[in-house]
Write a new protein. Structure first.
Lengths: 325, 325, 325
């Protein structure tokens, strides 16, 4: 999915990029234009992408990108059409360059474009409470409700028949139809992604969005962070209870049920028809299959195949867990 | 406890109910009126109740209800005065019928009856901050404080000497005297109860309230859901720390102390003088005795008798836990 | 660190204090003035301190306090210059006396000194959203942002280049430079400290502050309680993710990274360069060294030395944990 909200300040000349990374590429024409920065899959001709882990060595073969930020040990995996930019720290370089293409994606200060809904075109169309604020680049469908003190910050698309609670803040988010978001949520802020640095940590850009599909419900006090290079997605008819935290780049399938205080760490993929008990935690970069059940309080630290019930910390097959205890 | 807030749209004729459930009852008079839907214990003559689990087979003997929604395998447990309505899925049918008696209990959209406290009778009586909203059917005792941006939504009764923090939202709740509810809480919203359905989940009605007894304190960022058929109750002088989640129908006794980030799942009963350490989680439908101590981080998945100290996941006797580790 | 915000209502005569505790001190001059109440370390001549646990028997030798609240079994550890006040329950007596010196430190009702920022001197200096409130005794440096509906309550100092999100509440807090506090946080409220009492629990005073050093970031929906006798401190360039709870008197070092939904119980000290995974919980009164890594979901119940990686519940060396599982 392309980033629909942040304006691309590209193209950027390849020699500007080389200068930024303090590298040279033998024989390259200096004034070639690089159009955009994307992940391996969605990149096209004249785009730059990145490749930082062997995990993606099959995917890298298929990239259409013209340039790829990578390191010495991975550069030989690239397809021929793709020119390597070899750097020390791939993700740090990606971060620096993304900030050049999308300077607006780093800063999550309060939205100063937000104005009282009474002064907007939504005044007629939406049913809303007191002190509702609407930012720039917002669209809202028919038959929607927005509760008191809620802030629909910039870059939000809401479909039809949606109900937003009170004291909720939403930004950089696409909400489809028949969605309910309850009170005190914060949706679409940047994730907890940065490069640690003892002087001052360096935030990396989050150019992804949160996408909430049809008929979802998000419980009170939940936080869902937007993606960094891709998006955070909650699938159709998936229900989240109160005080849940969904980190950046997480994708959850359809018809899943997630109980209170669950936390899902960054970039984990969850299947459809998944049930997760209260307070369970799921580590980052995992793949949880379809029809999986995860017992309350579990700590999941490895992939789980389809149709499996697990429990425990670390989570294991539920029968094994209960037999051992 | 009866539901004091939602208007009963009954009586409903028994043949309407049979039509709703797509069943026939041999020889029943069609125009009999059913007055209300209640649990086994609080039902009276002309009420309808429900019986869906063998766990309640002793209780069902004592019900005063004239009708009972149940299934084929349980119907013979009913007392003679009580006519069974045999359905496939008891709770689903209860849900559908409750929605007929109490149509207002399903929808938890923002409270559009709420108006600025400056325009209400509470202006003189209550000490309050900026931007405080008060909904319909609210009463507030003497010497109370309500903080900035807080919303006392419809159906709330607050006693004397209570202090509500800022950015807090309360609905369908009875608060006794000397209670403190701190900032950013959401109290009285419907619980995480619904029937999963791959097209669109079906919410079940929540006609219960939250009842907070004298001298309680509820910490910042906590959520307490109201009950579905019964109520969620926090006993006298019980203290909750920050970021706690109490699910629907939970009852907690007196003088209990619950540390930060604890979660208690639906319908669990907690005794008096109970101490629960931070981040502990307690599964649903359990019974935790009096004078129980539950160590921080524990995951409780079975009943705990009085006067017991437990720890671990799953929680066990604390000595056993510490010896094993 | 001294309490900078609560006004000391002392001095109090020693015979008033004896009367409060219902004790006699043989031969003491009744009209001696006691200037302040402080911990063992920061007390000076004419101050009163307290000593309630053998853990502090080395520290007590060095106190400069003229008086010390202690019990029968500990009184002989005091240095000669320090007169013991022997009571049954040391902390309860400390609490009662602190309430005499600092009566304003007990009550955390909403801040009725807060007024709209439009009516304050910050109108020109700060960039701010709608409905921002500012309490008494607030100072804010240059180039700061405060989001919609946020409340900077009384007794807050904010440095330069800080960004406060929306719907956030801050009180009794010192924020240095380049700090970001995201949406829906509550910072600086009293901790979960009280003396259980079956009639009505007795809150103990919290005369400490929250101190947030340069370049920190605090994630959405987090709560940080202020200290009781000392302060709660977040060290330079330490980052907290969403929905974290930091209890009173906790101190965290520099350059630490704490992932979502972590909870740290009261008075625990965390070193620098510490990494804590999501949902980990750390018990109170522990000492976690520098360069420690704590795996996600861990429950830490004992001290951890420098340069150690732990995981599990209870947390142990990570290799041991993974080998066992």
């Amino acid at each position: 999915m392309n980033n629909p909200f942040f304006r691309n300040h590209g193209p950027i000349l390849i020699h500007e990029i080389c200068k930024l990374f303090e590298i040279n590429i033998a024989g390259i024409k200096e004034n070639l234009e690089v159009v955009d920065i994307k992940d391996l899959q969605s990149s096209k001709d004249k785009d730059i992408t990145f490749f930082h882990s062997k995990k993606y060595k099959d995917l890298v073969k298929t990239t259409k990108a013209s340039y790829c930020i990578t390191n010495e040990s991975l550069k030989n995996e690239l397809p021929k059409n793709c020119i390597p930019l070899v750097v020390e720290n791939v993700l740090l370089s990606v971060s620096k360059l993304t900030a050049k293409f999308y300077p607006d994606s780093i800063n999550d200060d309060y939205d100063d474009t937000a104005t009282n809904i009474d002064e907007t075109k939504f005044k007629e169309k939406v049913r809303y409470g007191k002190n509702v604020l609407i930012g720039a680049n917002v669209s809202i469908g028919s038959n929607c409700y927005i509760g008191h003190n809620s802030i629909i910050e910039k870059n939000v698309t809401i479909g039809n028949n949606c109900s937003i609670g009170s004291n909720t803040i939403i930004r950089n988010t696409i909400i489809k139809n028949d969605v309910k978001i309850l009170d005190n949520c914060v949706i679409g802020k940047h994730g907890f992604g940065f490069f640690p640095n003892n002087t001052k940590n360096l935030r990396y850009p989050h150019i992804g969005v949160v996408l909430i599909e049809d008929s979802c419900e998000i419980g009170c006090g939940s936080t869902i962070d937007r993606g960094s290079m891709s998006s955070t997605i909650i699938g159709r008819n998936t229900y989240l209870d109160n005080q849940i935290h969904i980190a950046h780049n997480v994708r959850i399938g359809e018809n899943s049920i997630i109980a209170g205080q669950v936390g899902i760490a960054g970039s984990t993929l969850i299947g459809s028809n998944v049930k997760i008990g209260g307070q369970a935690g799921i580590s980052g970069h995992l793949k949880i299959g379809n029809n999986v059940e995860i017992g309350g309080g579990s700590g999941v630290i490895k992939n789980i195949p389809d149709n499996t019930k697990v429990m425990g910390y670390p989570a294991k097959n539920i029968r094994e867990f209960l037999r051992e205890k």
